[in-house]
Write a protein that binds this ligand. Structure first.
Ligand SMILES: O=P(O)(O)OC[C@H]1O[C@H](O[C@H]2O[C@H](CO)[C@@H](O)[C@H](O)[C@H]2O)[C@H](O)[C@@H](O)[C@@H]1O
Length: 398
């Protein structure tokens, strides 16, 4: 269980908590203190000494398991800070009973990030396997609740890792969604039309405008909906991927990953002395692509289309597809570890509905309300959810 006494370095803020955000429950845990630093979502593209220092700090902060962080951890420098953070973002395991009590009369819908949430972070992105026990836990969850994986990886790749056909998948940071038929209330009824499902269902304006601008929805094989709001960026992403591979091949340890609608440039295995060179290379390639933006994940640069679409939008899209748009009888539970998951946490805050759980052993500015330390705790939480649901079905209703 939670090691509350752990001492940790403090990475730069991922996002600030909106000052007037609505409480998620009647008994919300305290929010992060006002005035927390705000990280710009898109990284500055300019050069200059100040910026270079900022880049290195930001790159370092993107993985608190960095050697210096570990040293700080051993030295016990930030113990109190971690304890204070845990008061604001209590363990979802410790708060389990209150969490499930809030779901009374509501349908729980589970959203799970992949890397760092279902699988431990490892050096080689191609070897980020999830354990069989975790797979069994996720399968059980999906038996009881609509469940979706929301990942920065390309959808096919994350499916190869997860291997569960009973889930919905949103790959490429939500830009490639294979979800249920629109408004299906989890019945998985296939749609029988070639028309865009967003238009068919009278989807909110934002999606309709996306439908008109991009090739987006179609019937997915085996029923359900395939939604790809960035499909017009495919050729550009291919080009950028190839340029990045070519440009960065002289940097030992750098790895460029094609995630279909976005590209990841990993620096986890790059010597820190080469980080700035690598960052400059990425920036120089992107200069020719103003329609692409650069964000940062855990020891990785993420190159993404500038469209207003992210994991938060994917969460909303999936909820609507399941028939829970603007409903009060739904409780989305989103578990993730990355900066990109903050978009989903923010959506939950804005809706004043749902449970955002950040997976982290370190204090981070986050819009999530709760925390879990690592994938092992995520698994424990999922299994408890299944057991609670099983028992509540067996319990007589008075
Ligand atoms: O949204 P996610 O499912 O969390 O995907 C985000 C990125 O995850 C992967 O990279 C991260 O995990 C790797 C394996 O543990 C690790 O080596 C890397 O440093 C992490 O950044 C994935 O490879 C990326 O493509 C995803 O964008």
């Amino acid at each position: 269980m939670t090691k509350q006494g752990m001492v940790v370095p403090v990475p730069e803020a991922a996002v600030a908590v909106p000052p007037n955000s609505a409480p998620l429950f009647q008994y919300p845990p305290p929010r992060a203190a006002p005035g927390v630093a705000v990280r710009k979502k898109c990284l500055q593209m300019g050069a200059g000494a100040g910026r270079i220092g900022g880049w290195v700090e930001s790159m370092r902060a993107s993985s608190p398991t960095h050697a210096k962080a570990a040293a700080a951890l051993a030295a016990g420098v930030e113990e109190e800070r971690y304890a204070a953070w845990m008061v604001k973002h209590p363990s979802a395991l410790a708060m389990f009973d209150q969490l499930v009590a809030a779901s009374k009369g509501k349908q729980i819908v589970v959203f799970l990030d992949y890397d760092g949430t279902l699988s431990p972070i490892v050096d080689d992105p191609d070897a980020a396997y999830m354990s069989d026990t975790m797979r069994r836990a996720v399968r059980s969850v999906a038996k009881h609740f609509p469940t979706a994986i929301v990942s920065g990886r390309c959808r096919d790749k994350v499916f190869e890792f997860v291997k569960l056909a009973e889930l919905y998948y949103a790959g490429s940071h939500g830009m490639d969604i294979k979800g249920p038929a629109k408004g299906s209330r989890h019945t998985k009824v296939p749609i029988h039309s070639n028309l865009c499902p967003c238009i068919l269902s009278g989807h909110p304006k934002i999606l309709i405008s996306l439908c008109l601008s991009y090739v987006c929805g179609s019937q997915a094989k085996g029923g359900g909906v395939l939604f790809q709001p960035a499909s017009q960026f495919l050729p550009m992403i291919e080009q950028v991927h190839d340029s990045l591979v070519e440009k960065t091949k002289c940097i030992p340890g750098a790895k460029v990953e094609n995630n279909k609608f976005c590209v990841s440039v990993h620096f986890r295995c790059v010597d820190e002395k080469s980080w700035i060179t690598l960052a400059d290379m990425v920036k120089s390639v992107l200069k020719d692509y103003p329609k692409l933006k650069l964000t940062q994940g855990r020891m990785v640069f993420e190159v993404r289309p500038t469209i207003k679409w992210d994991k938060g939008k994917a969460l909303e899209f999936l909820l609507e597809s399941l028939g829970y748009a603007d409903c009060t009888d739904v409780l989305p539970v989103y578990i993730g570890d990355d900066r990109t998951d903050e978009d989903a946490f923010k959506v939950l805050r804005k809706r004043g509905q749902g449970v955002g759980i950040l997976v982290s052993k370190h204090p981070k500015d986050t819009c999530a309300s709760y925390s879990l330390q690592e994938p092992a705790e995520v698994m424990e939480f999922l299994l408890r959810l299944v057991e609670w649901e099983r028992l509540s079905k067996a319990r007589p209703k008075w």
